[in-house]
Design a protein around this ligand. Structure first.
Ligand code: SF4
Ligand code: SF4
Ligand code: F3S
Length: 380
């Protein structure tokens, strides 16, 4: 085991390999206050990449209802249960990660779901009470207060991938140029250690090809400077992609990813306590129980919600948020243009990609249309 730095845990941790951060890391952002679970992202991915034989129940992108929806069944509550208590002291994680809580014979702590656990991609959808399954009651205790939200999930292209650490064939690798994690299917022999070790259950075994597969971050698009299918097809405009600096001493305030993660700290990793340093970031929903959100996104939740509530007055933050879903091109930098009240994003050459108004224009029609003599009503 090597000792590596995990900034999301505020401490060093053990990992089977030496740390090898990529030059830059492609990251995806999700504003959970806007997701409506329309599953357009799910279908955009499915029709692009996973419509073949053996992929019927494989969804590289899925959207599940929380707190009672899961894909595969009970994926998070099971690993949370296995890890036991997960205390934080301020922004330092004091519990064990999946790499530190290992039994003698395993490199990474995890579990292998049953085949049937993948068959109902959103069992528990919009469930207000709790879900009862053949294996038992996954959420115990009284009915929670009236809240729920939708959680879109793809592979996190982790800095310390559990899948990569566990593969005996060394079939999984992380690209230096953009941090995308891929399975080399010619090396894979279907051992399924990756499926067992990924705490997010985002490596999938294909029964027909007899090898494993996972989200490829739509790398042919990323290489052309375009955002992934699940991002550009998102109807709710809840997503954006950007490169995040991997050297934390060189954070760029005018880069969307660095700004949201490190400057305003409004976007948080999913279950950082697992220890993989995931590279998808979530803006937490503002109406959900804080204890639940803290377990899911770590100790930064209260600040993130405060920032979000203040976004109307914080034009720089508003600009970053308003760029979500408004361009298909990956931006390098962004700014708030005070003169025009617009959010503007630029590519690596400094060329303008898009301008989006921060305030929606209002148009009021005249009640009498002088040309036709007709009276019109404004239904507002
Ligand atoms: Fe591997 Fe899972 Fe991390 Fe994706 S989310 S890189 S499959 S450990
Ligand atoms: Fe699918 Fe591409 Fe989204 Fe990955 S990034 S889940 S491959 S659409
Ligand atoms: Fe390795 Fe997973 Fe294949 S463990 S051999 S990549 S099934």
């Amino acid at each position: 085991m090597a000792t590596v730095k995990n900034w999301q845990l505020g401490r060093d941790m053990e990992y089977p390999y030496e740390g090898n951060r990529p030059k830059q890391q492609i990251t995806m952002f999700f504003d959970l206050n806007k997701c409506i679970a329309c599953q357009t992202c799910t279908m955009a991915c499915k029709t692009t990449w996973t419509s073949g034989k053996g992929q019927e129940a494989i969804f590289w992108n899925n959207v599940e209802s929380k707190p009672y929806g899961f894909y595969p069944l009970a994926w998070d509550v099971k690993i949370l249960d296995i890890l036991g208590s997960q205390p934080w002291s301020g922004s330092t994680y004091k519990g064990k990660t999946i790499f530190e809580d290992t039994a003698m014979e395993e490199k990474v702590r995890g579990f292998l779901p049953d085949e049937m656990d993948y068959m109902s991609p959103n069992l528990g959808e919009d469930e207000a009470i709790r879900i009862q399954t053949t294996e038992g009651d996954y959420i115990k205790g009284p009915t929670h207060k009236n809240w729920g939200f939708y959680l879109p999930r793809i592979c996190n292209h982790c800095t310390y991938p559990g899948c990569l650490a566990a593969c005996p064939r060394k079939a999984i690798y992380k690209r230096q140029e953009d941090g995308i994690v891929l399975i080399d299917q010619s090396k894979c022999r279907g051992y399924r250690e990756c499926v067992k070790a990924c705490p997010y259950k985002k490596a999938y075994y294909n029964n027909t090809t007899r090898v494993s597969e996972k989200c490829i971050s739509c790398y042919p698009k990323i290489e052309k400077g375009e955002m992934s299918q699940c991002v550009t097809n998102c109807i709710g405009r809840i997503r954006i992609q950007a490169y995040k600096s991997t050297d934390l001493t060189k954070i760029r305030k005018n880069n969307v990813a660095d700004f949201l993660v490190h400057v305003r700290k409004i976007a948080l990793p999913l279950y950082p306590q697992f220890g993989t340093e995931p590279n998808n970031y979530y803006i937490p929903p503002i109406h959900v129980d804080l204890a639940y959100l803290t377990q899911m996104f770590g100790p930064g939740v209260e600040n993130a919600i405060k920032q979000y509530r203040n976004a109307g007055k914080d034009k720089e933050l508003l600009s970053a948020l308003i760029l979500f879903g408004n361009t298909e091109k990956i931006s390098d930098t962004f700014k708030y243009d005070e003169k025009t009240d617009e959010a503007v994003s630029y590519d690596t050459e400094g060329r303008e990609i898009v301008r989006v108004p921060c305030t929606e224009p209002t148009y009021i029609r005249k009640v009498l249309n002088a040309k036709t003599g007709a009276f019109l009503t404004n239904n507002s």
